[in-house]
Design a protein around this ligand. Structure first.
Ligand SMILES: *Cc1c(COP(=O)(O)O)cnc(C)c1O
Length: 462
């Protein structure tokens, strides 16, 4: 992929400030060596997440001015419903304040205690919401997704043999697996697997297997457009199609979806559930009213719905997607060229540093990926996020760390926010830390919260 310039002009800017290394040493120490505790104004390049951090377009900002703040039936709701219909092909839409709220409403409607939900790989809030319903979440992605250097073009695919074997054991007296398995979910792109795409052939296969066992299919659609771009680029026979056409086919294999609009709808807040069945829609609206407000606003203002409706169609632009995925790749390739270990192939929304290979001398109980986030901050004011032992948590019974296979630092790239010069800078910062990697020390806890420890834990150098 050649590196074309960004396909937009910048007409609003937000100044960012670069602190000195001395200031950053003081700030990170005060923050207990946890980047979540650093104020964003003290961060120079913020790659903590690609969620809700997108820059909206002039068309989206203009949409805020036509926000109709009606409690029921605002024109913006109908615009959103129509956009979802055109883009995804689902006639029924319930807005929610973000993606996990869509999960909350949908799973309250469909998932019962004792059931099991298979997914290629659950996103963490999706897993938590399945478990909140008293059900179990199982991941059935192909094995390649666990191998940091496998070059499978569709590492996010569901393992269809595993899915079939799984559903076979759940068949009840009615001849379907429906009583035990309320739905099969497919996450596109596979976020927890590094932003790796799922192929059309695989989605079609999931549909066929699920049909044999009478189970509905839902897509966790947060990065549906990025997934479609990979399909166009990599899947045999797809090169001549438009992104819009590929997206339509992806969703044609599903009964509905949950959407975090903070990703591929290019907004700062929002989400929705979309579906084909009017009956399911009616059942879900009950929970939507209870948790999210009236069924045509879902915790959002009319202006937010309008920005979401506009973003959903904007994101289908191939020029935009080529730039977006190209920028992630541009950063990742510079690191690969410099011999920095990263997860390959480079995913759609982030570059993942492989901390086990980056800092092989730091044992996992000294949190090498957390230590690496601290060094990137001290070196250049870059904020990434640990996806390793700290995030994985500890066994509630024994208090011992659970050690994940992959120990990573995720550098998530916000959409349309930074230029390629910012990426050059980030690459330089990572390379400088890599050059002095033997001097990096591990960390130990000074405070370990009992649950979701990564957000509020505090550390000191070991
Ligand atoms: C972000 C995300 C969610 C949850 O959405 P929020 O808007 O953060 O609540 C669910 N699934 C995937 C794949 C995500 O990336």
């Amino acid at each position: 992929m050649s590196h074309e310039p960004e396909p937009y002009r910048i007409k609003v800017i937000e100044p960012i400030r670069k602190t000195s290394p001395e200031e950053r040493r003081r700030i990170i120490k005060e923050a207990g060596y946890n980047l979540f505790a650093v104020p964003s104004e003290d961060v120079f390049i913020d790659l903590l997440t690609d969620s809700g951090t997108s820059a909206m377009s002039d068309r989206q900002w203009a949409g805020l001015m036509v926000g109709d703040e009606a409690y029921a039936g605002s024109r913006n709701f109908f615009n959103l419903r129509d956009a979802v219909g055109r883009v995804m092909g689902f006639p029924f839409v319930i807005p929610t304040h973000q993606g996990r709220a869509a999960e909350h409403v949908l799973f309250s409607t469909l998932v019962k205690p004792g059931q099991v939900v298979p997914n290629n790989m659950h996103f963490d809030t999706t897993k938590a919401h399945v478990e909140h319903r008293g059900a179990r979440a199982v991941n059935l992605a192909i094995d390649a997704v666990y191998d940091p250097v496998s070059h499978n073009p569709f590492k996010g695919d569901m393992d269809l043999d595993k899915l079939e074997a799984f559903l076979k054991t759940k068949v009840g007296p009615d001849g379907t697996a429906r009583a035990e398995v309320p739905m099969v979910m497919v996450t596109v792109t596979c976020n927890s697997g590094g932003g790796q795409p799922v192929s059309l052939a695989n989605l079609r296969g999931v549909r066929q297997v699920a049909d044999r066992y009478g189970v509905p299919v839902f897509i966790d659609a947060a990065r549906f457009a990025e997934n479609a771009f990979f399909i166009k680029e990599r899947e045999p026979g797809q090169q001549g199609r438009s992104i819009a056409d590929i997206v339509k086919e992806m969703f044609s294999y599903a009964d509905g979806c949950t959407m975090s609009a903070k990703k591929d709808a290019l907004v700062n807040m929002g989400g929705f559930i979309a579906m084909r069945s009017e009956e399911l829609y009616r059942l879900a609206t009950v929970w939507a009213v209870l948790f999210e407000g009236f069924i045509t606003y879902g915790g959002l203002a009319g202006r937010d719905l309008e920005a979401m409706a506009r973003g959903l169609e904007e994101v289908l632009s191939e020029d935009y997607l080529r730039d977006r995925i190209g920028q992630v790749r541009y950063l990742g390739q510079q690191l690969l060229d410099a011999g920095v270990p990263i997860i390959e192939p480079i995913g759609g929304h982030a570059v993942y540093l492989d901390a086990k290979r980056f800092l092989p001398r730091i044992p996992q109980d000294r949190f090498p990926a957390q230590a690496l986030t601290v060094e990137l901050y001290i070196e250049g004011g870059v904020r990434g996020v640990e996806i390793g032992t700290v995030l994985e948590g500890s066994d509630p019974a024994t208090g011992e760390n659970i050690y994940p296979t992959l120990e990573m630092v995720r550098l998530a790239i916000p959409r349309r926010v930074y230029t390629s010069r910012h990426m050059d800078y980030v690459a330089d910062v990572v390379k400088r830390v890599h050059a002095r990697r033997d001097s990096v020390r591990g960390l130990k806890f000074t405070y370990e919260p009992p649950v979701l420890r990564h957000f509020t834990a505090r550390f000191e150098p070991a």
